[in-house]
Design a protein. Structure first.
Ligand code: NAD
Ligand code: IPM
Ligand code: MN
Length: 356
């Protein structure tokens, strides 16, 4: 018997709905095998924040990590808290205080029928984004300032240390080597944002020399977005800053079929602490309707099983979801052109998981 322990943070909106589906898969595997994943909920959401005025205290963090092998996250965000104060206090604080500096966002065209692109442009696309997850424009340094033109102004500071840049670049190269990838592209805006741009490019060139079988590219974010749409198959492994990685992740999702299907992992490779979540948010526009696509959450669960060193199940969940995505669109949720509900999708996927 192998036992693991995870924490589940469903969050808000469809975060709760899709996480509930992931739990059904965990339960199914727990009952069909000797690999048992025990879970505890950390139910902090917008309601909790509105009632208590906080969502995550420093003293909570121990309970999310002590004896815990991984965290499964849904999504956070609620229209009653329009400035997303609680989301930053929960998700960004977890990423920063647990130092989850790798945001791994794989984007695969499993079936070309969901892409808005012509199929010959997207078929086989397999892009992997390594998003720096702790610094950049996400450090919350800034505020209201007196503007040079006499009007009130606002400032947010983008900040990068060599240490942070090095470790995410190195992670992208090491992953590329371990996974037989050919190329790592650095994506930045070094022509306009020059100080940070120079730091990243200098470190990228230096570190790339240690990986001389891997081809490299240095690209500007604007043109790279165009390329992600017009020629996604030419993109292999990408390393980028916090904000650009965020944007490329959603753009890539759009190219292969939308936010309903793309997973992510937030990892600290040194401590082994990691949080898994769909790339999408709480989707207030469809929350409560029972039509959210659980696929992104189920692929995230597969990444979590890999992390738990139960990669047999990671592979089997991924294979089942891949097979499901290749089925006719009538079996799909509305985002993929069907009329199925959230739990119908999970039921079909569970029936495809090999439990032999
Ligand atoms: P969103 O990702 O929640 O939704 C964007 C669009 O995609 C919506 O039309 C939504 O219905 C659709 N969509 C997303 N996931 C889907 C799924 N699983 N199935 C079907 N359709 C899906 O982005 P948004 O609307 O910009 O943000 C909503 C809230 O979520 C905001 O508060 C935002 O700050 C927050 N957010 C949180 C996270 C996170 O928790 N990691 C990520 C992104 C956004
Ligand atoms: C994501 C989200 C978050 C981010 C928001 C909700 C702060 O978009 O996880 O991609 O920008 O990182
Ligand atoms: Mn995002």
């Amino acid at each position: 018997n192998t036992e693991r322990k995870i924490i589940i943070i469903p969050g808000d909106g469809i975060g709760k709905e899709v996480t509930n589906e992931a739990v059904k898969v965990i339960e199914h595997i727990n009952h069909s095998s000797c690999d048992v994943v025990n879970y505890e909920y950390f139910n902090r959401d917008a309601d909790f924040y509105l009632e208590h005025g906080y969502i995550l205290k420093d003293s909570d963090i121990k309970s999310l990590t002590d004896g815990v092998d991984g965290i499964l996250f849904g999504a956070i965000g609620d229209p009653r808290i329009p400035n997303m104060e609680h989301g930053r206090e929960l998700l960004l604080k977890l990423r920063q205080s647990l130092d989850l500096y790798v945001n791994f966002r794989p984007i695969r065209a499993v079936s070309n029928c969901y892409s808005p692109l012509k199929e010959n442009r997207v078929e086989g696309a397999d892009m992997v984004i390594f998003r720096e997850n702790t610094q950049g424009l996400y450090t919350q340094v800034g505020g209201s300032v007196a503007g040079v033109d006499g009007t009130q102004a606002a400032m947010d500071t983008a900040y990068y240390s060599t240490h942070s840049v090095d470790r995410i670049i190195r992670e992208a190269f090491e992953w590329a080597v371990a996974n037989d990838r050919r190329r790592v592209d650095l994506v930045d805006k070094a022509n306009a944002v020059t100080n940070i741009g120079q730091l990243w490019r200098t470190r990228f060139r230096k570190i790339s020399k240690e990986f001389n079988h891997i081809e490299t590219g240095e690209h500007y974010i604007d043109a790279y977005c165009q390329r992600m749409v017009s020629d996604p198959r030419s993109i292999d492994v990408v390393v980028s800053s916090n904000l650009f990685g965020d944007i490329l992740g959603d753009l890539g999702a759009g190219v292969v079929g939308g936010l309903g299907i793309t997973p992510s992992a937030n990892i600290n490779p040194q401590s082994g602490i990691a949080l898994f979540e769909p790339v999408h948010g709480s989707a207030p526009d469809i929350a409560g309707k029972g039509i959210a696509n659980p696929v992104a959450s189920l692929y995230s669960l597969a990444l979590l099983y890999d992390h738990l060193r139960l990669d047999k199940w990671g592979k089997r969940i991924t294979a089942a979801v891949d097979e499901y995505l290749q089925m006719a669109s009538s079996h799909k949720t509305p985002d993929l052109g069907g009329e199925a509900g959230t739990s119908d999708v999970t039921e079909q996927i569970i029936s495809l998981i090999d439990v032999s």
